[in-house]
Ligand binder design. Structure first.
Ligand SMILES: NC(=O)C1=CN([C@@H]2O[C@H](COP(=O)(O)OP(=O)(O)OC[C@H]3O[C@@H](n4cnc5c(N)ncnc54)[C@H](OP(=O)(O)O)[C@@H]3O)[C@@H](O)[C@H]2O)C=CC1
Ligand SMILES: CC(=O)[C@@H](O)[C@H](O)COP(=O)(O)O
Ligand SMILES: [Mn+2]
Length: 398
């Protein structure tokens, strides 16, 4: 029997790559539900191809329109709307695998719902862990969910862990498995060699043009500031149960090595491949088996020479803010994530300049660095407060 899959964020970059892999294996996977935010036309086309039992959009009027179009096309798909509907689909009794690929804080509640229903959760939505890491991992343990990383670096690290540790990496001691360090690679983004005095003139179009990966706008801007690596640093801290001194960020502009694990005997294990998210998606969908992904095989006679570098704090202040927040605790990472979402949106809307993303993040982190959060309610409340504070700062700046 094919496994029943719910794809949260189906209309986005990860969602589309997931459906591409699923389409290659109709004998193994069947789509139970597809969810989008605003892109009705994309979701309509996906429903026509995969014929899910359920579909969801953010807005009720959009959902009604999609329902009308699907009925007219002869489909019986039930279309629902809103955040609660997403959580219900994520926890649907027939769902076996949930791909969590909504961008940003909006992904937290549906992803947590899948965890609490004990599903196999394929986690792309890194912001969920940044906002709630401790609580999220506790819920995975309490509800017997299976958590598999989709983020290319974390999937690479996972693949480089001993098989025994892969079963419960978020609660094991890395040191007892002979692991000395996690080497988290990052491309350095499109502005790795741009003169610092030209940063004020960077446009949204330039910032979303990642040198190696084709991704959604928010994560592309995060890659340009290296906040993406900062968020991934926090993500790794929770997924692999390690401290800030156990993770080292290494700039690798070619994005062929997706991350590495350094062992105490001197060995370094790496996972390599062409930069295409269908590889980690196929890995996690089929784990522990392997399935084809249609990704172009790596040809070592054609790959560019590998290079490595240390990140420069002046060029990438956001990376260091995230590391600082990670050391400070859950309140700090929740607030930083909220500030960054507001800052990136303001930059994409041309309200602020590129260096002001880091400036806003720094001010908000400074304000909320010692905030404590004990439960989900407090996390959501702090997220809201940090957004209000960020918007106030933006208003003061304009
Ligand atoms: N793209 C990549 O290669 C990688 C992405 N990730 C992570 O995966 C996640 C998704 O990234 P990516 O696919 O690039 O992002 P996209 O912007 O391409 O897609 C985001 C998805 O989330 C949906 N969405 C946005 N806001 C809401 C909301 N409020 N309620 C419900 N759905 C919403 C969008 O719907 P719609 O478009 O219809 O509005 C879309 O389906 C992010 O957390 C990112 O960090 C991690 C590693 C690699
Ligand atoms: C594909 C993926 O996992 C992204 O998170 C990617 O890593 C972004 O590239 P950077 O390394 O430039 O942040
Ligand atoms: Mn990544």
């Amino acid at each position: 029997m094919p496994k029943q899959v719910v794809v949260l964020g189906a209309t986005g970059s990860i969602g589309c790559s997931t459906l591409d892999v699923i389409a290659q294996h109709p004998d193994l996977y069947q789509v139970l539900a597809l969810t989008g935010g605003k892109r009705l036309d994309v979701l309509f086309a996906q429903c026509m191809q995969f014929r899910p039992r359920y579909a969801a959009l953010s807005d009720a009027a959009d959902a009604a329109e999609l329902q009308r179009q699907l009925q007219q096309a002869g489909l019986t798909t039930e279309v629902v709307a809103g955040a609660d509907a997403l959580a219900e689909l994520a926890a649907h009794p027939d769902a076996e695998i949930v791909m969590a690929a909504i961008v940003g804080a909006a992904g937290l509640l549906p992803t947590l719902a899948a965890v609490k229903a004990g599903k196999t959760v394929l986690l792309a939505n890194k912001e969920a862990l940044v906002m709630s890491g401790e609580l999220f991992i506790r819920a995975v343990q309490q509800h017997g969910a299976t958590l598999l990383p989709i983020d290319s670096e974390h999937n690479a690290i996972f693949q480089c862990l001993p098989a025994a540790l892969q079963q419960h990496c978020y609660q094991s001691e890395l040191q007892t498995a002979g692991i000395a360090k996690i080497l988290l690679t990052g491309s350095g983004g499109p502005f790795r060699q741009t003169p610092l005095n030209a940063f004020d003139q960077i446009t949204p179009e330039q910032a979303v043009a990642h040198p190696n990966w084709n991704m959604g706008k928010k994560i592309s801007v995060d890659s340009a500031t290296m906040m993406n690596k900062g968020l991934e640093f926090i993500e790794a801290r929770w997924l692999f149960n390690c401290g800030v001194s156990d993770i080292q960020v290494v700039i690798h502009p070619q994005s062929i090595i997706h991350s590495m694990v350094q062992y105490t005997d001197g060995s370094v294990l790496a996972q390599l491949g062409n930069p295409d998210m269908r590889t980690p998606i196929a890995h996690a969908l089929a784990f522990p088996a392997r399935i084809a992904s249609n990704v172009k095989p790596l040809n070592f006679f054609e790959v560019p020479a590998f290079t490595f570098d240390k990140p420069d704090p002046e060029r990438y202040p956001c990376l260091y803010l995230a590391q600082q927040a990670c050391a400070a605790g859950q309140g700090a990472t929740t607030a930083l994530n909220a500030a960054n979402e507001i800052a990136v949106e303001a930059f994409l809307n041309r309200q602020i300049r590129f260096p002001q993303i880091a400036a806003l993040n720094a001010q908000v982190l400074d304000h909320f660095a010692s905030s404590k959060v004990a439960d989900l309610e407090e996390i959501l409340s702090l997220d809201s407060q940090a957004r209000v504070y960020s918007l106030k700062l933006l208003k003061d700046w304009s």
